[in-house]
Design a protein around this ligand. Structure first.
Ligand code: PGA
Length: 248
């Protein structure tokens, strides 16, 4: 009953020309996808990519959003700006932003609320570090991050939220969580959402796995009952590789 969603996170890759080309190459390869297909490009690529994917099943997403409507926030982009540039989705709280750019659970929450209230669909990232998994804290960490991120939203708002469970030790490392590990932790996240918003909202919300997901491991992960899609980094940077994931 939950429609899968596969999103590419291009991170800091592709100039506008390269981005337009990649989007063009992707269109015929994913046109029959049974899942929602999203590409989260660098902001400088929106203007080049938007006309290319117009009228196709590929949706545009951003990789971050500021929580203020406007103002003196040098270098930042508001939710309204992203919408006006053609974005439907925005990734929030990616572990790279948490690690390198001082993102906290509090700012993840502010960004998520701002994005959803402005009419964007938020892809909110949570996930444990290697030490946290080894110490046995995974369930506590992902539950806390999830509940904090969704504070001040309503159950209805969750229709416009996707959670991406991304174990930090699996991102860009070639290490993936096993199908069972990913399924189990996503189940924990769903339970946290049930505690916060009720069983119905928890049953409806889509929760992706992310972390070295590719054409080789997508089938196993997607056959797990809790896993509703993927957030794809490295394998989203070539059309054929991303299409293999999308067409799982
Ligand atoms: P990866 O990145 O697929 O390259 O591991 C996933 C992500 O960071 O969203």
């Amino acid at each position: 009953m939950r429609k899968p969603i596969i999103a590419g996170n291009w991170k800091m890759n592709k100039t506008p020309d390269e981005a337009a080309q990649l989007a063009k190459d992707l269109i015929p390869l994913v046109k029959d996808a049974k899942c929602d297909v999203v590409i989260c490009t660098p902001a400088v690529d929106f203007a080049a990519v938007k006309p290319v994917i117009e009228g196709t099943n590929i949706k545009l997403g951003a990789q971050n959003v500021h929580f203020a409507e406007k103002g003196a926030y040098t270098g930042e982009l508001s939710a309204d700006m992203l919408k006006a540039a053609g974005c439907e989705y925005v990734i929030i709280g990616h572990s790279e932003r948490r690690q390198y750019f001082g993102e906290t659970d509090k700012t993840v929450n502010l960004r998520t609320v701002a994005a959803v209230k402005a009419g964007l669909k938020a892809i909110v990232c949570v996930g444990e570090l290697k030490d946290e998994r080894e110490g046995g804290y995974t369930n506590a960490i992902v539950s806390y991050q999830t509940k904090m991120a969704l504070t001040n939203l309503t159950a209805e708002d969750l229709d416009n939220v996707v959670i991406a469970y991304e174990p930090v030790w699996a991102i860009g490392t070639g290490l993936t969580a096993t199908d069972e590990q990913a399924n189990e932790t996503i189940g924990v996240i769903r339970k946290a959402i049930a505690e916060q918003f009720g069983e119905e909202a928890a049953a409806k919300i889509r929760i992706q796995y992310g972390g070295s997901m590719n054409g080789g491991n997508v089938k196993g992960l997607m056959s797990q009952p809790e896993i509703d899609g993927g957030l794809i980094g490295g394998a989203s940077l070539t059309a054929e590789k991303f299409a293999q994931v999308v067409n799982f």
